[in-house]
Design a protein. Structure first.
Length: 175
């Protein structure tokens, strides 16, 4: 049995992530999805909580023939121990999937096999584009699985990202 690990912020989980998971599923029996920056939420860059992102992923993958585990991973600003931090928060895994050069370097230094995952329509299927469309009131729903639309609606996610993206009249935002 092979268990893979794929980390992302999933702000929100979109069709690019979904396609990557489906591709990884051809190579592994189980997949751990690390919810990166798990402690961050309620900002334009990170509007959704770790729990909301877990809901998005779990509901989006319910019909996939793959055992998955969504695990929150809080940020750790010490790269030299980041992999051991991830491993301490996650079920054991055999191979990590990433295209991020730093993540690849850190896993390889720790002796973990790393495979790069294919990218899908990256100019459109990326979190910033989805969030910008949410804020502007443009079509974002076509960029995410239906289950993500449901979670965003259930949690008031559109209202939240629009509100936290505004600044007050002098441009200040809460610190």
């Amino acid at each position: 049995m092979t268990r893979g690990f794929y980390i992302g912020r999933f702000q929100p989980y979109h069709n690019g992530h979904h396609n990557v998971v489906q591709s990884i599923a051809e190579e592994v029996d189980e997949l751990v999805l690390g919810i990166g920056s798990a402690g961050d939420s309620h900002t334009r860059h990170d509007p959704f909580t770790a729990g909301e992102r877990i809901m998005m992923i779990t509901k989006s993958l319910v019909d996939e023939d793959l055992v998955t585990y969504a695990v929150p991973i809080e940020d750790l600003d010490r790269n030299s121990v980041w992999v051991s931090h991830v491993q301490s928060m996650s079920p054991d895994f055999d191979v990590a999937y990433s295209n991020n050069p730093l993540v690849i370097q850190l896993f390889e230094e720790a002796g973990v096999e790393v495979r790069q995952s294919p990218m899908y329509n990256r100019d459109v299927l990326e979190g910033t584009e989805v969030r910008d469309r949410m804020i502007a009131g443009d079509d974002w729903e076509s960029l995410v699985p239906d289950a993500v639309v449901e979670v965003v609606e259930e949690t008031g996610g559109l209202e939240r990202i629009r509100r936290v993206s505004d600044s007050d009249s002098n441009g200040a935002t809460p610190s």
